[in-house]
Write a protein of this length. Sequence first.
Lengths: 219, 415
Amino acid sequence: MILKTSGLSYDFGSGKAIHFPDLQIRAGDKVVLVGASGSGKSTFLNLISGVLPIQSGSIELKGHPYDQLSGRQLDSLRADHIGIIFQSLNLIPYLSGFGNAQLGLQFSKKRQSRVDDVDQAITALAQKLGLTPELLHQQPSAMSIGQQQRIAVIRAMLGCPDLILADEPTSALDPTATEQFMTQLNTSIDPDSQAVIVVSHNPEIIPLFDRVIRIGEDQ
Amino acid sequence: MIRIAAMSMRSRRIPIALVIIALTTSMALLLAVERIKQSSQKGFNESLGGVDLVVGPRGSGLELILYTVFHLGNPTNNITTETLTDIAANSAIEWVVPIALGDSHRGFRVISTTNEYFDRIKFAGDQPLSFAEGAAFGEINQVVLGSDVAKDLGYRVGSSIFVTHGSESLGKLHDDFAFQITGILNPTGTPTDKAVFVSLEGYELIHLGWASGSQTLSLKNLDIKTIPKERLYPKTVTAAYVGLASKLSLFKVSRSINDYDEEAISAVIPGVELAKLWSIVGTVDSVFKLMNWLIIGISLISMVTMTMTGLDSRTREMTILRALGATPSKLAGMIMMETALISVVSISLAIGLVRLLTWGTADIVSQWAGIRIELSWIAADELLTLWIIVAAGLIASLIPASMVYKRSLHQGFSS
């Protein structure tokens, strides 16, 4: 079991809490969270990544319950086990594509230990995602949004973290690029050790996933 | 993390360069002022090595030291050589070197003294005076030049010069008697370099026939050999340098000279008078220092302000790093590391700048102000000052660092 959530809810202060479905994620799972805007999809993802503090319910990642971890331990757990892809503005502007991709290993010795040759690993992932080696040496400002998102995928995948979280990664892409991106993301993960959870409000990508979790509907 | 910090700083190179320029110039200013102060103090203190007392007419001791040693100001009274003979009879006194001031040569002061001056007077601790060319004067018409005089006026041994009456360059020239240069001293970094030395007898000779600043008799009309020797021995001199057999008797001898009742004279200890001078100058020095520290403070504030205003534009960078597992303390450390790097780079540049400036301007400052600035990289006390600045910078950087530390990951995401 990679991830287990139970009885999660979150209240932003309005007094009306958002309740989330219980999740059990195993290796090889490809899950998409769908729902209307403001339904709490990103909030759910932020709770799973440890970005938001748990108000009620519980989360366990690789057997580590979040409520028993210090902030530092949670940061370390996230670095070791989770790869995150944001909706936009994914890359640090002053680092090259390669430098941004390398950041995936920066804060986790566990992930570093899984990579023998960083250059080779990044180049291999780039090839899988359809990026040329030359592009890796360019600054983000010289890349298209789609290319930037693919660099973010390399960063998230490098060192084989157990769980890949992607928050609406295709919102800035056209339908063709969206399908291509999602297919590449899903085929990049190792079905024996990794799982992916993607937040999207785009119903067209649902067929690409093997589980659909609807947020904002009566739990 | 160091690589990321370095890359991040590279992306903000223009504002960072401006802060480094501000810090570098303010620190260089602090170092330069301090170095000039120390060099001038050292130069003053080392100007009169080997002299235990300066004996002159009663009055301000500091004034006596300033005009006899540093050629600043003019003597008002003289003391008699008879009194000096009495003083020299004291067994505690090892030697007495009289000096008479008043004339000049093309802006350089003329000191009339005895040959013993070149043996007794030391500089930079206990280094004796030495000749670059020639030797001390042996005849009445011979003159010895300080190194700067020879260099500035292009004189060599064997050249002849005339002395001007009085210290003003527009004074009447003693053109009836030429002095021949017999020796040129090596540089000392003291007022000696800017002095022209003649014998007491030669000085007395050129003033024969002078009364109330006017010449009534020309030496051209005299056969100098016919003048009796005792007629050329001065009755009065400006002051005398005194060396003691033992430093232990310094205060005792000083007191006995001050109590001398045949003539109103006083003996001053150069070090004591210079200490008084530094205490007067110290107030101005403190104001300078305060201003310098204010400039450094403002530069540090600008560095912190730049870091704080930059935090908003760095939200994306911080959020990505946090999401990837960077702890708040690591990010706060990164901010402090940047500050430390800016401070260290500024310090290195300031040291280099001061070194370059001292190398480039040492000769000019020496000629213009008579201050010989030492060519050194950094002194221990200067290093301490600079580390205080680094520490202040690091303490100041705690403000933006704590802002980064407190900023939660969610704040980053939501912004």
